[in-house]
Write a protein that binds this ligand. Structure first.
Ligand code: SF4
Ligand code: ZN
Length: 321
């Protein structure tokens, strides 16, 4: 099998078009997809201060490397990494080691924000605490919401104007389908490739939204990137996994299933956004974060943890400026 562009031995064959590409042209192909996403959705301006939400996993490692390369062409922009330490023993410590290795290799300034510093407790400690409560929310519920806030606080403290996250094509279409099957249509209108709505202070962008999970792993292999791949001890079987399996099975007959779903999402989401002007963005009564209700997600969740009911995140937000 020979690369269609240069005739050298192929590194891989693109799934959707059966096109063989060598390592060099495969790398170019992926980087072109990222540039396309940035341009199409006007993700950045030439002088943005971009904070990459960096975990050390495959997606954010690839994102960091591609943005590093693109950013070289924009001397007025800045790039840094926000590394969140949720406090998951035996898991996050390893990821952190790899994340630090990558940012140091590239010479990218970084900031580590930990749950322990921000919320007084690690995720492990929060999970132990909520085990005793009747609601027993999952680790992922706390992790997702608190991590988003941690990234915001870290990015704000470095003066970031954009937060770039490693959400890939698979993540995007899974979230779309999940909201469809749950009947949460309004939420589909709120999902966007460049997001500056509820619960975040700094606009978020997803430059990897056209790159599938498989393509990301291949890019990391092609460039010999080191990333953390162990599964989180809290990850459990969820509806998202069922949706993932459905897409993977469908792919056998329809190789472009992800691209087709994303195209549908991109048509439907803006239409729903237009019709959902009824959602007014307020300020959380406790911490001042943008929210659709009286309390933001973080403050709502803090109330479910007995020893954190009176915890005031505002103090932490202002002290880390
Ligand atoms: Fe957090 Fe859940 Fe992901 Fe683990 S699987 S890192 S707990 S969101
Ligand atoms: Zn709040």
């Amino acid at each position: 099998m020979k690369c269609i562009k240069c005739g050298t031995p192929a590194f891989t064959k693109l799934l959707t078009s059966n096109t063989p590409l060598c390592r060099k042209h495969y790398i170019e192909y992926i980087e072109k997809k990222v540039r396309y996403a940035i341009k199409k959705h006007k993700m950045f301006s030439y002088d943005d201060k971009i904070a990459v939400a960096y975990s050390g996993g495959k997606d954010s490692t690839v994102l960091l490397h591609v943005l590093y390369k693109i950013e070289q062409h924009y001397p007025k922009s800045e790039l840094f990494a926000i590394i969140v330490d949720e406090g998951i023993s035996g898991y996050r410590d390893q990821a952190l080691r790899i994340a630090l290795k990558n940012v140091k290799q590239l010479g990218i300034p970084y900031k580590i924000v930990s749950f322990k510093d921000l919320f007084t407790y690690t995720l492990d400690e929060i999970v132990l605490e909520v085990k005793q409560t009747p609601k027993k929310l999952t680790a992922c519920t706390y992790c997702g919401v608190f991590r988003r806030r941690a990234i915001d606080i870290g990015a704000k403290s470095l003066g970031a104007t954009k937060v770039a996250t490693g959400h890939n094509l698979d993540d995007e279409v899974q979230t779309f389908l999940l909201n469809l099957v749950r009947g949460d249509i309004k939420r589909i209108g709120r999902l966007s490739p460049a997001y500056s709505g509820m619960d975040v202070f700094i606009p978020r962008v997803k430059p990897l939204r056209y790159v599938s999970e498989r393509e990301i792993v291949l890019y990391a292999l092609a460039k010999n990137l080191e990333f953390h791949s162990d599964p989180c001890p809290y990850s459990s079987s969820s509806t998202r996994n069922e949706v993932r399996e459905f897409i993977n099975k469908t792919e056998i007959r329809i190789p472009s299933v992800r691209e087709n779903l994303l195209a549908a999402f991109d048509i439907i989401s803006p239409l729903l956004r237009k019709n959902s002007s009824d959602v007014t963005i307020k300020r959380c009564k406790k911490c001042g974060a943008p929210t659709s209700s009286d309390l933001c997600q973080v403050c709502k969740l803090l109330e479910t943890i007995p020893k954190m009911r009176n915890f005031n995140i505002v103090k932490k937000m202002t002290s880390s400026k």
